[in-house]
Design a binder for this molecule. Structure first.
Ligand code: BTN
Length: 271
């Protein structure tokens, strides 16, 4: 692993020795954007090819799931959106999101030897604290995915002082956990490689392998959790993810619930 404290990322540097077939062939890097996901969606509507990547050194309106902001200070994080044009039907969307988490976790392990765990659906955790997350957005037309944007946010060299006070107990960065600077370029390059590999696995029907990988690094399965979902609050044991990427929850009263959307809190005390 090389250290980088360079302020800017460069497409040329990322693409050197990338060796992917389509992912990252076109990379757009900006000093500052509102949100890389917004720009990637605009490029998608203008006909940009599948595999196009958008990166910003800083985001002023970085978004997370459930409309939450994603803190994106300059020069220290990875704020990356990848445009895909999947041939898979829209009901496969949740699996693509889980698969992206697996790909990012593998990339981080390869470059830094830090072990990410995944909180359903896609929070990237290090020692139970959030080091990043994934926001998948897209457009479905005539029951087909016209395009998909996988937005990946990672706190790489972020210091505690760069997070707002209310997040301090909940967040971390690769640098904090590793105790040294981590190379954003090396991590971005590896994410692009792993994303391509995982995406091709999905397109060739290897969902089972992806779900197995996801389950192996899950921070959620086997835990008592609380889910805040559009239909309300519930608690139970997170048993497994099904073939469509939904979380299967076993409630205290024995009822099994299939959760397709919501925010998970891992409860410390098993009930
Ligand atoms: C989450 O934690 O809920 C998901 C965070 C996703 C953040 C990334 S940063 C790149 C892309 N652009 C955004 O505005 N959001 C995603």
């Amino acid at each position: 692993m090389t250290s980088d404290i360079s302020f800017s990322l460069s497409a040329k540097e990322i693409q050197s020795d990338l060796n992917t077939t389509f992912l990252g062939k076109e990379i757009h890097v900006f000093q500052e954007l509102g949100s890389t996901n917004d720009l990637a969606k605009e490029l998608a509507l203008q006909g940009a090819p599948s595999g196009t990547a958008v990166l910003a050194n800083r985001q002023t309106k970085g978004r997370g799931r459930m409309g939450r902001p994603f803190v994106s200070p300059p020069g220290v994080g990875i704020y990356l959106s990848i445009l895909l044009r999947p041939t898979l039907p829209p009901f496969r969307l949740p699996i693509i999101t889980l698969a992206s988490g697996v790909a990012v976790a593998k990339a981080i392990w390869k470059v830094t030897q830090l072990k990410i765990s995944l909180k359903w659906p896609n929070d990237l955790l290090l020692k139970e604290k959030k080091a990043g997350g994934i926001l998948t957005e897209g457009k479905i037309e005539d029951n087909k995915m016209s395009f998909l944007v996988i937005g990946i946010g990672l706190n790489v060299n972020t210091e505690m002082s760069q997070f707002p006070d209310d997040l301090l107990p909940l967040v971390t960065s690769l640098r904090i956990e590793k105790g040294q600077l981590c190379s954003r370029v090396d991590i971005v390059r590896e994410i692009l490689r792993q994303m391509e590999e995982t995406y091709l696995q999905l397109e060739t029907g290897q969902e089972e392998a992806i779900l197995k990988d996801w389950s192996a690094i899950s921070a959620t399965l086997g835990k008592w959790i609380r889910v805040s979902s559009p239909t309300g609050l519930m608690e139970g044991l997170a048993e497994r993810v099904d073939e469509k990427g939904a979380l299967i929850l076993q409630k205290k009263d024995g009822e099994t619930v299939r959760v397709t959307a919501g925010e998970v809190t891992i409860l410390k005390d098993a009930q």
